[in-house]
Design a binder for this molecule. Structure first.
Ligand SMILES: *[C@@H]1O[C@H](CO)[C@@H](O)[C@H](O)[C@H]1NC(C)=O
Ligand SMILES: *[C@@H]1O[C@H](CO)[C@@H](O)[C@H](O)[C@H]1NC(C)=O
Ligand SMILES: *[C@@H]1O[C@H](CO)[C@@H](O)[C@H](O)[C@H]1NC(C)=O
Ligand SMILES: *[C@@H]1O[C@H](CO)[C@@H](O)[C@H](O)[C@H]1NC(C)=O
Ligand SMILES: *[C@@H]1O[C@H](CO)[C@@H](O)[C@H](O)[C@H]1NC(C)=O
Ligand SMILES: *[C@@H]1O[C@H](CO)[C@@H](O)[C@H](O)[C@H]1NC(C)=O
Ligand SMILES: *[C@@H]1O[C@H](CO)[C@@H](O)[C@H](O)[C@H]1NC(C)=O
Ligand SMILES: *[C@@H]1O[C@H](CO)[C@@H](O)[C@H](O)[C@H]1NC(C)=O
Ligand SMILES: *[C@@H]1O[C@H](CO)[C@@H](O)[C@H](O)[C@H]1NC(C)=O
Ligand SMILES: *[C@@H]1O[C@H](CO)[C@@H](O)[C@H](O)[C@H]1NC(C)=O
Ligand SMILES: *[C@@H]1O[C@H](CO)[C@@H](O)[C@H](O)[C@H]1NC(C)=O
Length: 335
């Protein structure tokens, strides 16, 4: 998710809101030498009905509550965004989330995967729309066009539990709702791989006000209109999440060079003499069936741009490091 247009009004954000947007993405491995990313290296299921999970950290400024519907991302009348982020990274993998999106015009619920060099894979729900969800992706912070989103149908995502899945390999990204595939993006269809998300990612779950008065007109339009915070609270619920790291037993991932290519990622484990990486062209993470289908269709032109409701509402936002909260580009201004 990217907050779409940097408005002057965004500079009026309070200091605490700006801090909210800051993540360890401060170091971009494409132009800096960065610390390695701790690897998940396995499969976990987190049941948020049991409360807080040590697998996640709350973003600065976020306080969370937990109940019978799991994690509660509550936008109250002050409009503060709520975000939690995994502590560990996956290097290709499959993530499934049982979620109910927040109500409310302009309220944006989100399930996003993001890497240190700003590859990104998104699900986003508009609180004022009970018939669809958006998918989107970005490669290496390339926001030169906003024609990558689709809007698959989903029934009452605010009032009905659905399971939203991202199955991410080096060959393709598959978005599914309740196990039904709604979008497939092949590596070759993302600018011959250049815009294909392919570096180790963390998972971010969040809720924010896209229709806030201090957002740009384009963002408010994209979000579905102005939010009425007097109607708050607006709550996104996440009951559970299953995260499978397709790279098993790694302890950390590091960038071997500044290309941002998956074949440059070094997989470290506790064996001191063996750091490994995947080779270019090797399909990582998919089983034989998905490998076969992605290979045979790698030149297929995907239908990913068939639905572009967002394009008119988005514009370039180069250098926006802190995408998730929609506060990010304001934060960038202060760094
Ligand atoms: C929800 O989104 C779909 C797809 O963009 C659109 O056709 C529909 O009009 C929207 N509904 C509302 C209430 O905005
Ligand atoms: C960014 O993506 C666009 C297509 O969406 C492409 O034309 C452009 O070359 C890309 N920029 C870089 C630096 O890869
Ligand atoms: C959305 O609003 C409806 C009607 O007020 C309510 O029944 C439902 O619980 C709300 N859903 C969420 C996720 O807040
Ligand atoms: C997650 O919650 C959904 C919705 O209640 C449920 O259908 C699913 O079985 C749960 N999954 C796990 C792994 O607990
Ligand atoms: C560490 O990586 C090496 C090289 O890939 C592999 O042979 C070894 O089994 C790995 N160790 C563990 C604990 O997975
Ligand atoms: C790696 O070594 C640390 C410290 O000895 C240990 O806590 C951890 O479980 C090991 N991880 C793996 C994947 O073997
Ligand atoms: C990962 O580690 C577990 C436990 O040490 C081992 O059983 C398994 O074979 C390892 N898997 C790989 C792919 O190295
Ligand atoms: C493996 O990677 C780790 C972390 O990047 C590094 O500290 C270590 O020196 C590497 N080991 C080898 C043998 O390259
Ligand atoms: C492997 O194939 C099965 C059945 O076709 C599918 O459910 C699963 O998601 C696939 N796994 C990957 C990693 O593509
Ligand atoms: C190619 O893309 C079209 C959508 O444009 C899709 O219907 C078709 O199934 C794809 N073919 C393969 C082999 O994936
Ligand atoms: C590295 O790239 C990021 C993202 O494009 C940018 O914001 C930052 O200023 C760059 N840093 C350096 C030292 O070039």
């Amino acid at each position: 998710m990217r907050s779409q247009i940097l408005s002057l009004a965004a500079t009026a954000l309070t200091l605490s809101q700006i801090v909210v947007g800051q993540t360890s993405t401060d170091c971009n491995p494409l132009n800096s030498t960065c610390p390695s990313d701790t690897a998940l290296g396995k499969t976990i299921t987190v049941d948020f009905t049991e409360g807080e999970s040590s697998e996640f950290s709350a973003d600065t400024g976020t306080t969370m509550t937990y109940g019978t519907n799991g994690a509660e991302f509550i936008i109250s009348s002050d409009g503060t965004a709520k975000t939690i982020i995994t502590n560990n990274y996956i290097f290709f993998g499959k993530v499934s989330v049982a979620l109910r999106a927040a109500n409310g015009t302009g309220i944006i619920s989100s399930f996003v995967m993001e890497s240190d060099d700003l590859d990104e894979i998104d699900w986003e729900w508009l609180g004022g729309n009970s018939t669809m969800v958006e998918t989107n992706y970005f490669g290496k912070d390339n926001t030169t066009s906003y024609d990558r989103s689709t809007s698959p149908a989903v029934s009452e995502p605010q009032d009905t539990w659905h399971i939203y899945t991202i199955d991410w390999t080096s060959a393709s990204i598959i978005w599914s709702i309740d196990s039904v595939v709604v979008r497939t993006l092949y590596y070759a269809d993302a600018l011959d791989g250049a815009n294909f998300p392919q570096t180790p990612m963390r998972i971010k779950l969040g809720n924010w006000v896209g229709g806030a008065a201090d957002e740009s007109e384009g963002t408010i339009e994209w979000a579905g209109g102005s939010s009425d915070l007097t109607q708050a609270p607006f709550t996104m619920y996440v009951k559970n999440i299953t995260i499978q790291d397709y790279t098993t037993n790694g302890t950390s991932y590091s960038y071997g060079d500044m290309t941002g290519s998956y074949s440059s990622i070094i997989i470290n484990n506790n064996s001191t003499s063996t750091n490994t990486s995947y080779s270019a062209g090797e399909t990582v993470g998919s089983n034989s069936s998905s490998t076969a289908s992605s290979t045979s269709s790698s030149s297929n032109s995907s239908s990913s741009s068939s639905s572009v409701p967002v394009s008119s509402g988005r514009s370039n936002q180069p250098g926006c490091l802190f995408a998730l909260l929609g506060l990010g580009c304001a934060a960038s201004l202060f760094l």
